[in-house]
Design a protein around this ligand. Sequence first.
Ligand code: NAP
Length: 249
Amino acid sequence: MLLTGKQPAEQLYVGIDERVKSAAAVPGLFVLYDPEDKPAGWYLRSIQRAGEAHGIPVYARPLSEGTELLSELLGGMIVLSKTKSPIRIPDELDVDGTGKDSFSTLYKGGFKTYPRTTPCTAEACVRLLDYYGIPVSGKHAVILGRSLTVGRPLGMLLLDRNATVTLCHSKTENLPEICRQADILVCATGREGLVTKDCMRPGQTLINVGGDAAEEEAAAVVENLCPFKGGVGALTTAVLLQHVVDLTE
Ligand code: NAP
């Protein structure tokens, strides 16, 4: 089965649209971005398009201009940059798991609905599995990448859903062998060509978050494939806007 992000995103937008319609004041989203970071630019445009389509104002400003004059801001804030930014996002504006309270929430787990501070890509991966009815409990999830934005939070979310989780990184030995053990294989390193057919086996669900996996090979081997293009990206944007709307409550 091909797992595309568009359908679960559309399902999420139905609820978002209803809540925007009935909200007394719709919060906006402030995006500070690095103009040199190409993927950040793509993500920003996707957020702007979705914000426009669903009545959520999106304000964008290059990182170099800083956060001054934002005191009147009502809404969420995110920073899109590959390099570490000195800007700290206050917990009350956090919609992507970068505020200081978000980690303890994530580590405690046990929530019935996703907190507004859940890192959006990680949440999108679990929502994708749920939407397509892929079982998680008791399954072995292998995640390639241990970043604070994708790998680690996803590990916590899947652990909370009773998966057995293995987090891999650049020092992991025997990567293909570990990958083949996965029921759910999440590729989030951004290293194109890292995950070839020797990492795959029939019956697996593979989510190609970072474009690491050879998709033609995957299509011939695995049971379910979430592609890089048309995959979790669209759902990540919807999750982000859902978190912004959560600020109204
Ligand atoms: P990141 O911060 O650069 O982290 C990359 C991770 O991959 C690190 O943990 C790194 O290990 C690991 N890694 C690098 N080379 C490896 C190797 N040869 N074997 C195993 N692990 C290796 O990146 P990120 O922010 O998590 O994002 C990951 C990718 O997903 C990027 O390509 C990004 O553009 C993409 N992404 C896509 C979406 C979407 O919605 N589609 C959203 C977010 C991110 P170390 O920790 O040891 O360095």
